[in-house]
Design a protein around this ligand. Structure first.
Ligand code: ADE
Ligand code: ZN
Length: 326
């Protein structure tokens, strides 16, 4: 009870959140009706019942299907605003949002439609709720590097709104090396590089993300712990890991929350952060993730404070803004 009050009261930053993964079944249904899109479910309960995954790909299949109701700028606005209002209740004051433009452009929705809706909501969220933001554009790794280059080209008029590039979707079989050139170009354009690595993929993929993509943050990073030298390197370089406990559980990356890598990461001096990944699909927003991990690992007050502080230390914000949050 004490823990819950502490977690709720803490100002928090969320650094690993796919905005398309915040599409709650209720809004999915509303948008399906508004846009006359057929979905293979006849009730909100049926949608929720389908959210039972045994691995990352199981989830991704449903995640891409869910996105199909997002067609117009207002849909992206509504999606983003719903997320901001929800995390405002959790005490989140800074968000770094991933979006998957290729999940939309592949369906014929224009890049500009997507980003206009998202950024308009982010601006309103800052003004109305005081939540600051960064936007990180992800490349879908199951697609080829050429498609990623096209997406980077489409982002050019929006570089004042996009701070970083990420790499997501099906990890195994799509190593970071596949995207070495497009990440080099993105970095040259001033974009901050991050990548999902070591969620299902081996430690070698984390090595590649560091060496070939030159990422400055690692999304998930669970399996990096299998390699002691790699773990030491991540600690030495002060890299942030964006861990997602309830996601790990739902995608069977771990069998029990107790098996979350967070305890080992903290003990190894790594800058671990707590995030929700795709909260509409994994059953919890940031505070639920903090609560689950704090209970399972029996975290004390200092450890909870460290995890929350790590979110601001790893955030893509200026030193003076960071200082105000710490
Ligand atoms: N896309 C959305 N969530 C993801 C995750 N956890 N891993 C890889 N790709 C994703
Ligand atoms: Zn993710």
């Amino acid at each position: 009870a004490d823990r819950r009050a502490l977690i709720e009261a803490l100002p928090k930053a969320e650094l690993h959140l796919h905005i398309e993964g915040s599409l709650e079944p209720e809004l999915l249904f509303e948008l399906a009706q508004r846009n006359q899109v057929e979905i293979p479910f006849d009730s909100v309960e049926a949608v929720r019942a389908a959210y039972d995954f045994s691995n990352l790909q199981d989830f991704l299949d449903i995640y891409y299907q869910g996105m199909s109701v997002l067609l117009h700028e207002q849909d992206f606005y509504d999606l983003t605003m719903a997320y901001l209002k929800r995390v405002h209740q959790d005490g989140v004051v800074h968000v770094e949002i991933f979006f998957d433009p290729q999940g939309h452009t592949e369906r014929g929705v224009a890049f500009d439609t997507v980003i206009k809706g998202i950024t308009r909501a982010l601006d309103d969220g800052e003004e109305q709720l005081g939540i600051t933001h960064r936007l990180i554009m992800c490349f879908l790794r199951h697609l080829d590097e050429e498609a990623a280059f096209e997406t980077l080209e489409q982002a050019k008029p929006w570089l004042n709104r996009i701070h970083g590039v990420g790499l997501d979707s099906s990890e195994v079989g799509h190593p970071p090396s596949k995207f070495e050139k497009v990440f080099a170009k993105a970095r040259a354009m001033g974009l901050f590089p991050t990548a999902h690595a070591g969620e299902e993929g081996p430690p070698e993929y984390v090595h590649e993300a560091l060496d070939l993509l030159q990422v400055r943050r690692i999304d998930h990073g669970n399996r990096a712990l299998e390699d002691a030298a790699l773990t030491q390197r991540i600690a030495d370089e002060g890299l942030t890991l964006t861990v997602c406990p309830l996601s790990n559980l739902k995608l069977c990356v771990i069998d029990r929350i107790e098996d979350s890598p967070v305890r080992k990461m903290l003990d190894a001096g790594l800058r671990a952060t707590i995030n929700s990944d795709d909260p509409a699909y994994f059953g919890g927003y940031v505070n639920d993730n903090f609560q689950a991990i704090a209970d399972a690992l029996d975290l004390d007050r200092e450890e909870i404070l460290t995890l929350a502080r790590n979110g601001f230390e790893g955030a893509l914000i200026d030193a003076d803004v960071r200082q105000r949050h710490l």
